[in-house]
Write a protein that binds this ligand. Structure first.
Ligand SMILES: Cc1ncc(COP(=O)(O)O)c(C=O)c1O
Length: 393
């Protein structure tokens, strides 16, 4: 037996390619904030996380270009050593203020921020409690820690309370949840989560990946939306969505951030965020704060598309954010639906196991403030066509 047997025996992707239904790794030849050219054809992009549409904002592009000139194309080292720029500190100070926390630490991706925080804070004898629908990066961060991991059924805070009560005073406890669930588009009931966590002496960490720029009076996310900044201990966010860059952050108490700076392997043993990405994220944060009307446009686009899809008879689940899942059913049906939409000039994502259960496959649509009326019409007309086909029967 060879360790590569499983690779040689993996045929699903080839079979899907042969059937013309392979939805992954399609190279984009050119892009705007809301359209992508693929094999010479422009598609309306409703498969990105570009909620505020800032990837092509002139101020973001100019800041990134200036950073390239002033600092070079890469940091060529760890934050710990030669990879810390003044820009990293500036972004950390800005984000600490933005999230109403004492301090913040910037990682090279959001995924690494999750790994870096959990693996170094959660020690042997500690306990982590994760919602069943938490993002894979949180699950992997939990796995990499030395603590015991408990999963509670999605949004079931009575079950969470029982799990916490069973542990009692035996070890530290951290409850970790998405603020906005990435495949459902639903918002966590944060007041209920916080109540249960505090009743059992647990700390709370919220992943604001899909909430920054979307929720809260200042666009700072779920925690700010519920006015619970003092009750949530750690905030994780990524720059790969509304902030139109790449990178991640943990914001929290000064002592915790200081600890992470000196113990987090996902910070220390990898190169830091490149200068252009840091400068781009900083400029995007400026625009997020100075152009709140973008959030209004995002919500207007979201409400229009969600209501229109529902009135066509599509089931959009529990979504109440710009992430709009369209529930389709099984694996084959969702691939056929994806292909139908793609052929009608709309780029979506088919969401299949292990991200969701086999019978709950869905098309994921995500809206942007930059989508025009014309683009929205093209998206809705593609879905109207899908509703009329036999694909869904
Ligand atoms: C909910 C959630 N958390 C964390 C991440 C990881 O962020 P990044 O893309 O910066 O690694 C993602 C991105 O897919 C996400 O959707």
């Amino acid at each position: 037996m060879s360790i590569f047997d499983k690779c040689d025996g993996y045929t699903l992707a080839h079979e899907t390619q042969a059937a013309g239904l392979y939805p992954y790794f399609h190279p984009i030849e050119e892009a705007t904030a809301t359209e992508a050219r693929i094999r010479g054809e422009w598609k309306v992009m409703v498969g990105s996380n570009n909620y505020l549409g800032l990837t092509h904002h002139p101020r973001v592009l100019e800041a990134a270009a200036n950073a390239l000139t002033n600092y070079g194309s890469g940091s060529t080292g760890s934050r710990f050593l030669n990879g810390t720029l003044d820009l990293h500190y500036e972004l950390e100070e800005r984000l600490a203020r933005f999230f109403h926390k004492e301090a913040a630490l910037v990682f090279t991706t959001g995924y690494q921020a999750s790994l870096g925080a959990m693996a170094s804070i959660i020690a042997r004898g500690d306990h982590l409690f994760l919602d069943r629908l938490d993002h894979a990066s949180l699950v992997d961060g939990a796995r990499l820690s030395h603590g015991e991991v408990h999963r509670y059924p999605h949004g079931d805070f009575a079950a969470l309370g029982k799990q916490l009560a069973r542990i009692g005073d035996g070890g530290g406890k951290l409850v970790v949840s998405d603020g906005v669930f990435s495949m459902e588009g639903s918002v966590v009931d944060l007041p209920a989560l916080v109540r249960v966590a505090k009743a059992h002496g647990a700390q709370v960490m919220i992943d604001e990946a899909h909430a920054v720029g979307v929720l809260g009076p200042d666009g700072a996310g779920t925690v700010s939306h519920f006015g619970l900044s003092d009750d949530v201990d750690l905030i994780l966010a990524t720059f790969s969505k509304s902030l139109a860059s790449v990178g991640g952050v943990i914001a929290g108490p000064d002592s915790v951030i200081h600890w992470l700076r000196h113990h987090s392997r996902a910070l220390i043993f990898t190169a830091s965020m490149p200068p252009s990405s840091v400068a781009g994220a900083l400029a995007a944060l400026d625009v997020l704060e100075q152009e709140p009307e973008r959030r209004d446009r995002l919500w207007a686009n979201t409400n229009l598309v969600a209501q229109s899809l529902r009135s066509m008879g599509f089931d959009t689940g529990e979504s109440d954010t710009p992430v709009i899942p369209v529930l389709i059913g099984d694996f084959e049906k969702v691939l056929l639906a994806w292909r139908t939409l793609f052929d009608h000039g709309v780029f979506t994502h088919p969401i299949v196991p292990p991200a969701v259960p086999l019978n709950a496959c869905r098309i994921r649509v995500s809206m942007s403030a930059e989508h025009t009326d014309d683009q929205i019409e093209r998206v809705l007309s593609a879905f109207e066509h899908l509703a009329r086909t036999t694909v869904l029967v």
